[in-house]
Design a protein around this ligand. Structure first.
Ligand code: HEM
Length: 558
């Protein structure tokens, strides 16, 4: 500092002070400005949020659910996924008179029309059937597992398989094969496994046991081979495990953005790795059966006559060029039938037994019906015997007469359809009978679970389990329009196995109910699993006890 020149010093000091002040002022101003900017930012953000919230909630009134910028209706779906998604869809549909437009996040493939309106169902599944195929998205997603089989194919590829399989399904030879294999499975495998659980005083997962039964049964129909899943000890069967894993990994694709699962497939990681490995197991099994059957058929002509499984039937046919079907196509046909028929009936039966546990009066009526029908057998009339006979085998004509049982199973399927939702894709712009506009490429989801819970279709007591709603005044079973009761689909793609499925479910249910009391384990949680098929998430743990003769005697006399 210069002490000889104070002015200078003062000036300098003043300058420093000014600089200090201005620097400080500038700093404060900058900080204030930054603070001000933050405040503004938060205010603007808050205002925007409030505006969006009001706007979204206003949209709720118009569209059924709040629509958020960028995310669309996804937040509501995310919340619903934490509870029971099927109930949530039903609630929304009831509040929207049966149809609503789901808006997914930007750039996602979640935009779709969801409907449970029977008029729309008839239009979708029958009237304008060609305009609503399964579509390229579905085919692409399931291609690795299902190839060009009936379940994933559209147009001529589907039509050809449908026609051939339909003729086969209605042939006496095929019916014999299916009923015979079911009879054997129930009497030689299911009942011994159930007996075993009684002897060991152990609870048993009835869903697991039934899944094994129907898997073996459908493999007999498709391949003519019994994989042996249902037997004492419930062993793990490599083909069944591979099939299960491959299905699970394929379902995973539906909840993963397409580019993500395709990248995972490319790098062979995660679920895609699992899919690849499990497909190897499925393909090896199929390849083995196909080659063995070819050898059998070429060496022994009588095999052709005796075998009536789908594989043998399709092996004897030619494609449009007059050539035999390729091994890959034969594999696709069989794998698709196994997928279609493997778990739908067992899952339906599981829900049915759970409903019986809650509605013992229905169980009693079923038992009464069974005993009345069996009591009409000639030999019973003559000898007055049979009731205690554990080997009692129901005859096809007796199963047919069980109208109340059929009603009780249909009622279970109404409330818990094995396929809870299904979908189609729009080929050309169209309009539903209820006025909903449909743009080309839109996905249409039909909510089968919700359809069973629409007051407009079933009346005020739609929540109640009431088999009587399926019976006419004469007590005979009355079927319902496939567009109201869509558990088996409808129109040209009506479930091909429907008649057999009813026969199978009635035969299994009657065989169990006649012999055992089925009690669901106390506090066992029963909730649906989120999957393409409506499994019980935790299975169905039950305790069985044998019915004694005196109990049956009452019903026989009754
Ligand atoms: C309770 C039992 C069953 C229920 C609820 C059921 C339900 C359905 C449904 C909803 C569809 C339409 C699926 C779609 O197109 O996306 C379908 C199709 C089909 N089902 Fe079933 N099903 C049952 C049992 C069976 C059985 C046991 C078989 C065979 C053994 C079978 C064979 C088929 C076939 C082949 C198709 C495809 C028809 C086509 O696309 O033309 N189903 N089933």
């Amino acid at each position: 500092m210069n002490i000889m020149n104070p002015t200078t010093t003062t000036t300098t000091n003043t300058n420093n002070f000014t600089a200090f002040i201005s620097a400080n002022t500038a700093g404060t101003a900058t900080r204030n400005f930054a603070f001000f900017r933050h405040v503004q930012f938060f205010e603007v953000f808050a205002a925007l949020f409030v505006f969006m919230a009001i706007n979204s909630l206003r949209q709720k009134r118009r569209q059924g659910l709040p629509v958020w910028p960028v995310l669309g209706m996804l937040p509501s779906l995310a919340v619903a996924l934490q509870t029971n998604m099927y109930e949530w869809i039903s609630d929304v549909l009831r509040s929207r008179n049966g149809t609503f437009r789901f808006k997914g996040p930007w750039f996602s493939s979640l935009n779709c029309i969801v409907t449970a309106d029977p008029r729309n169902l008839e239009y979708l599944l029958k009237t304008k059937f060609p305009n609503f195929p399964k579509g390229p998205y579905f085919h692409d997603t399931v291609r690795d597992l299902l190839g060009d089989g009936i379940f994933s194919a559209d147009d001529e590829t589907w039509q050809r398989q449908r026609k051939t399989a339909s003729i086969e399904f209605h042939s006496a030879k095929f019916r014999n094969l299916t009923t015979e294999s079911l009879r054997e499975l129930v009497h030689n495998r299911l009942l011994p496994v159930l007996e075993d659980s009684i002897k060991q005083l152990a609870e048993i997962d009835l869903q697991e046991v039934l899944l094994r039964l129907t898997f073996d049964n459908v493999c007999m129909m498709a391949f003519g081979v019994d994989p042996g899943c249902l037997q004492k000890g419930l062993p793990q069967i490599p083909f069944a495990k591979a099939f299960e894993d491959a299905t699970e990994a394929t379902v995973f694709r539906f909840v993963t953005p397409t580019c993500v699962w395709k990248a995972m497939r490319y790098f062979n990681v995660g679920m895609e790795k699992k899919l690849k490995e499990s497909l190897r197991g499925v393909d090896e099994f199929a390849e083995d059966v196909i080659q063995t059957r070819k050898k059998e058929l070429s060496s022994r002509c009588d095999e052709k006559k005796t075998r009536s499984d789908l594989l043998t039937v399709f092996m004897g046919l030619k494609n449009e060029e007059g050539e035999a079907f390729s091994d890959k196509f034969l594999r696709d046909i069989c794998v698709n039938f196994i997928l279609a028929g493997r778990d739908t009936s067992s899952v339906a039966l599981s829900w049915f037994f759970w409903l019986l546990d809650q509605n013992p009066e229905v169980e009693e009526k079923i038992l009464k019906e069974i005993c009345k029908i069996v009591g009409e057998r000639e030999e019973v009339e003559k000898k007055g015997e049979i009731i205690s006979e554990s080997g009692l085998v129901f005859r096809p004509e007796e199963i047919k007469k069980m109208d109340y049982l059929q009603a009780a199973i249909s009622e279970a399927l109404r409330l818990y359809p094995s396929v809870p939702v299904d979908h189609k894709e729009v080929v050309e712009d169209d309009k539903f009978p209820d006025g909903t506009e449909l743009k080309k490429g839109t996905k249409v989801v039909y909510a089968i679970y919700a359809m069973g819970r629409m007051e407009a279709i079933w009346g005020k007591d739609y929540r109640e389990y009431k088999p009587e709603r399926w019976l006419g005044r004469d007590g005979r079973y009355m079927s319902e329009s496939a567009y109201k009761f869509t558990a088996f689909n409808g129109g040209p793609r009506l479930c091909l196995g429907k008649d057999f499925a009813y026969y199978q479910m009635k035969f299994v249910a009657a065989s169990i109910i006649y012999r055992y009391r089925v009690k669901v384990v106390e506090n066992h949680p029963v909730v649906p699993k989120l999957a393409l098929t409506m499994y019980m998430k935790h299975g169905l743990k039950v305790n069985l006890s044998r019915r004694d003769e005196s109990e049956l005697q009452i019903y026989f006399k009754g």
